[in-house]
Design a protein. Structure first.
Length: 287
């Protein structure tokens, strides 16, 4: 069953100069259609300005289509009476965790969303506990968020969304402001939510290594979807990705360059383990 369905989506905005005069109209999303099934882990890639973050904001009814339709769990995002249901169904996590954390203590912050939903106090604390455990932050429940690292803060932000019991979480470049350790912490937590809790994950990112475990990848450029497929199908197209000004995982690139030099290595390798196995097979053939 589709949790997200987008059909013929176009989003335009008016550009103005410093004095407020209209300079023109930009089509930030241009005729996009896609389907995301309940329980999927989907990654949306694209360079800056490709339209991926604008698309993400439609999936949570922050933006509304200029043309076309977006359905979240069967509800049209343009119908105002569904707005609360849509934002409960599809939670949003942004780049900067400081913009989402408002509590003075971690557990208070995580409980803020359920409290606003009118959940009973006992059930709020149950949700806070389960959410913090899901992202590996339960031991920090009494800490001040200000004392946490960037990766820890972002996991608290994600816990705050989980506490609202969404079917889907949209993460708009959640690791962009983090160091490599923080990025790994957050991606590990996201994967666990998908694997264990069966929450649909939509990850907007420009870090290629973050998407190798996704079920499906969409690559955007100039507001349109240029490529779609599994990570292996996408990363088998190294030259096309370069044309779209995107990198590929280092392992994938190394395998691609060796293949061009005549080594019998398959395209689309994603992990160090796959690369090591391919090299072992090469050595066996040569020997």
């Amino acid at each position: 069953m589709s949790i997200i369905k987008v059909k013929d989506l176009i989003f335009e905005y008016i550009r103005r100069d410093e004095e407020g005069n209209v300079e023109g109209i930009t089509k930030a999303v241009d005729d996009v259609s896609l389907n995301i099934e309940q329980g999927d882990f989907v990654a949306i890639l694209g360079h800056n300005g490709s339209g991926k973050s604008t698309l993400a904001k439609h999936l949570n009814a922050i933006h509304y289509p200029t043309e076309g339709t977006v359905w979240v769990d069967g509800k049209d995002t343009q119908q105002e009476e569904y707005l609360w249901d849509i934002r409960q169904t599809a939670g949003m996590v942004f780049q900067n965790p400081d913009n989402q954390i408002i509590g003075q203590v971690v557990e208070e912050d995580v409980g803020f969303g359920p409290e606003n939903m009118g959940i009973e106090t006992k059930q709020i604390w149950e949700r806070v506990e389960e959410s913090l455990k899901a992202v590996g932050m339960y031991e920090y429940r009494k800490h001040s968020p200000n004392k946490l690292s960037g990766g820890q803060k972002q996991r608290v932000s994600i816990a705050g969304v989980i506490a609202m019991h969404p079917k889907c979480i949209i993460l708009d470049e959640p690791t962009a402001m983090l160091d490599p350790k923080g990025r790994k912490e957050v991606i590990r937590a996201i994967r666990a939510l998908n694997d264990v809790e069966k929450i649909t994950i939509i990850l907007i990112t420009h870090y290629m290594e973050e998407v190798i475990y996704a079920d499906k990848v969409f690559v955007m450029d100039k507001g349109r979807i240029e490529l779609q497929g599994t990570p292996r199908e996408i990363f088998s197209q190294v030259d096309r990705l370069k044309q779209l000004r995107l990198d590929v995982p280092q392992v994938t690139l190394l395998a691609h360059e060796l293949r061009k030099e005549g080594f019998p290595i398959p395209e689309g390798l994603l992990t160090k383990e796959e690369f090591a196995q391919a090299i072992d097979r090469c050595i066996d053939e040569i020997m």
